[in-house]
Ligand binder design. Structure first.
Ligand code: DGY
Length: 319
């Protein structure tokens, strides 16, 4: 039987590529360069399926111009904000993602951002690294303690729930806002808020874990930052599109926020150069799910979805 022709648009983990190459007639992007939308459109006639990452864009225009040969887009990501789902559905294209398998890694990174921001990691690392550490005193590099503080989690999906567990382990008081309250057993003692207006004023630490959708785009406005307690720490490991970056900068410059930890930016790759002038913004380059274990698991989950689809079944993660 002829194997389906699959286009893997980025360099995935070795184990993923070995399995994909075994089961599909694969084109693998060994150079790992990012294809433009025009290239994706013009080459789509060569493939039955695409396995893209968050770096490729499938907006309404791309969806409309994809060749009808493409039957499925099996994303290697949980976030599908770069896919216009209604437009792809209208074209008869199945879309899947990779939930669950990256929740631990992403929550770990959110915790790193939170601790790094609260305990002045950028400033401290630079002092030691640059040989400028020539002084110590009890008043030196004093940060904000995480244990005992209140964390506000926005979006209590899979990653939010892992974040809540880790925060409880650190002795934090966990509060969350979600569209729907979780069943009590999943709340694990966390306190539900039915609005951001209720959550933000008590969030000593605020961590975003919701997807970027038309409803959540730029929901962190100047007004929202103003609702946080003075000296709060803001953490974003979800999506840059959730945040008004100018408002975040103002909240940092004015001292309203003590610090921020960011893995996601409006412009990616690249980030926001204006953040770099602030030592109290601890930044990483969108690497929430970047662990060896998680990359394998994401690749396998995307392949599981493709296998189900080409076996005539409904893929587990069909959106
Ligand atoms: C995701 O899976 O959505 C991560 O942000 C990586 O793309």
């Amino acid at each position: 039987m002829t194997k389906p022709r699959l286009w893997i648009t980025r360099r995935l983990s070795d184990a993923t590529l070995v399995r994909a190459d075994r089961d599909y007639d694969c084109e693998i992007n060994h150079d790992d360069r990012v294809y433009s939308s025009d290239e994706i459109i013009s080459r789509s006639k060569e493939f039955d399926a695409i396995l893209p990452c968050h770096s490729e864009i499938f907006n309404a225009d791309v969806a409309a111009r994809l060749d009808p040969r493409i039957k499925i887009i099996a994303n290697h990501s949980v976030g599908t904000d770069r896919c216009d789902l209604p437009a792809l559905a209208a074209k008869g294209i199945t879309v899947t993602n990779t939930p669950d398998v990256l929740s631990d890694a992403t929550a770990e990174l959110a915790f790193l951002l939170m601790l790094g921001a609260a305990r002045r990691a950028v400033e401290g690392d630079a002092l030691v690294r640059q040989g400028r550490w020539d002084f110590w005193s009890p008043a030196f590099m004093v940060g904000k303690q995480v244990s005992g503080a209140r964390i506000g989690i926005v979006g209590m999906g899979r990653v939010g729930q892992v974040m809540a567990k880790r925060a409880s382990g650190f002795g934090m008081q966990v509060h969350y806002y979600n569209r729907r309250r979780l069943p009590v057993e999943l709340e694990a003692g966390a306190q539900y808020h039915d609005s951001l207006d209720s959550l933000l004023p008590i969030a000593d630490f605020l961590s975003l874990h919701c997807p970027a959708t038309p409803d959540t785009t730029v929901f962190m406005t100047a007004e929202r930052f103003a609702q946080l307690p003075d000296g709060a720490v803001f953490v974003n490991s979800a999506r840059g599109a959730l945040v008004d970056e100018a408002a975040l900068l103002s909240a940092i410059s004015s001292g309203k926020l003590l610090a921020a930890g960011l893995d996601c930016f409006v412009t990616e790759p690249g980030g926001n150069p204006a953040f770099a002038t602030h030592d109290n913004i601890f930044m990483l380059p969108h690497i929430g799910s970047a662990t060896r274990e998680t990359r394998d698991a994401m690749g396998f989950r995307a392949l599981d979805n493709l296998d189900a689809f080409f076996a005539g079944q409904e893929p587990r993660d069909k959106l």
